[in-house]
Ligand binder design. Structure first.
Ligand code: NAD
Length: 366
């Protein structure tokens, strides 16, 4: 665990610039336990985190440009007096300045995610993930606010061996000419930035490396295989298995992930450190497809699609992905509580109850 940094501003800062009129009406009005800023709070994980923090008595401010999410995710929250949605970008210094100044803690989840976005808009991906994070870290540092940075298991790169990945493991990357590594590099840069701000400017920061997180409201931006399989199974379409299906993944229920994020944020003694958050139960993709077919009672066939036909453009897949979670277990006693069948059942129920668009070109990368 790194040295504890407390919430002291490291340098004097000008008073924050005033909000646009639409935002200034969102001033806090009640005696909640605190104010939390969630960047990317209208997204899949962010919307669940918003619900959890509101339930715990926090006043929640969401900053989201809705680029990879939809208002539907937070529609049920928008009329609450303790929930405030600011539709803008983490790239905007004035907005980030105002919101970080206003809030007590910052969960930074906003990021350019998804294989299509990375391949088609690599500049936007790098700028959003690196410059956006730097903007948040800089303002959290100025105002002495505790910040949690959402990183990704992608930073481990392409480990070929079948074993859980620990926080201290080396990163194994391909060349920069392969776009597949761009997202991983951007998240690694975020981690370096967070640790650098912690060491050099005393920023109170904790980094989480999220492995595959799954649950209701997820769409295929990462190429999350579960919503893709469930959608296909429920509509009688073939379940597209990329490669031969022997690649393995571990899946964590979003409510378990939220418990980890909240637990790490609340553990104020933890600062300047990184933690894996994910499941340790690995399953082959081909077995996952069979389980989805069983639970949905689907007659859909499996369709095996060669990687070259799925990825192209320098995209390659990772063979195995499993989190070592001893470190977070020791730190805050966290471990996942919901198994794969519960995850699948929740996603199946959600897809049945809604008509969320699915993205069949999605990858299984986590
Ligand atoms: N879901 C997973 O399995 C997983 C795995 C590893 C890491 N992560 C990380 O967790 C975080 C949340 O991911 P998610 O799965 O909820 O994806 P998501 O796409 O649902 O959420 C990302 C949110 O960020 C918003 N956003 C993007 N650019 C923005 C900008 N410039 N300004 C403001 N908002 C912006 C999007 O509109 C979206 O609401 C991301 O940082 C992602 O890298 C997720």
């Amino acid at each position: 665990m790194g040295p504890k940094a407390r919430r002291q501003p490291k340098r004097a800062s000008a008073p924050p610039r005033s909000f646009p009129a639409a935002v200034s009406t969102l001033a806090c009005v009640n005696g909640h336990s605190g104010k939390a800023l969630i960047t990317g709070g209208a997204g899949f994980i962010g919307s669940h985190l918003s619900e959890r923090l509101l339930a715990d008595g926090w006043e929640v401010f969401v900053l989201d440009d809705l680029s990879t999410s939809t208002l539907v995710n937070v529609a049920h929250l928008k009329d609450r007096r303790d929930f405030h949605l600011v539709v803008d970008s983490v790239l905007s210094p004035s907005i980030v300045n105002e919101l970080v100044h206003k809030c007590d803690v910052v969960y930074h989840l906003a990021a350019a995610v998804g294989v299509r976005l990375i391949v088609e808009q690599p500049v936007r991906t790098m700028v959003t993930n690196v410059q956006g994070t730097e903007n948040v870290l800089d303002h959290a540092s100025r105002f002495g606010k505790r910040v949690l940075i959402a990183s990704s298991s992608e930073v481990y790169g392409d480990h070929r061996e079948e074993r859980p990945l620990s926080e201290g493991d080396r990163r194994i990357y391909g060349p920069t000419t392969e776009k597949r590594w761009l997202y991983a590099d951007s998240k690694a840069m975020d981690e370096h930035l967070a640790f650098s701000y912690h060491l050099e400017r005393g920023l109170d920061a904790v980094v989480v490396r999220l492995f595959n997180t799954v649950g209701p409201r997820q769409v295929g931006h990462y190429g999350m295989v579960i919503p893709r399989f469930v959608g296909a199974a429920l509509s009688g379409q073939p379940l597209e298995v990329h490669g031969d299906g022997t690649q393995t993944r571990s899946f964590c229920h979003v409510s378990d992930t939220i418990r980890a994020l909240k637990g790490l944020m609340d553990a104020e003694a933890i600062s300047g450190d990184v933690f894996n958050v994910g499941s340790t139960a690995r399953i082959r993709i081909i077995d996952l497809a069979d389980r989805v077919r069983e639970l949905t009672r689907s007659r859909s066939e499996l369709a095996f699609v060669p990687y070259d036909d799925v990825y192209g453009l320098g995209i390659e897949d990772t063979l195995h992905r499993e989190a070592a979670i001893g470190k977070i277990g020791s730190a805050i006693g966290w471990q996942p509580s919901l198994d794969l069948d519960r995850i699948l059942t929740d996603v199946i129920d959600h897809v049945r109850a809604t008509s969320l668009p699915l993205e069949p070109e999605a990858l299984e990368a986590g």
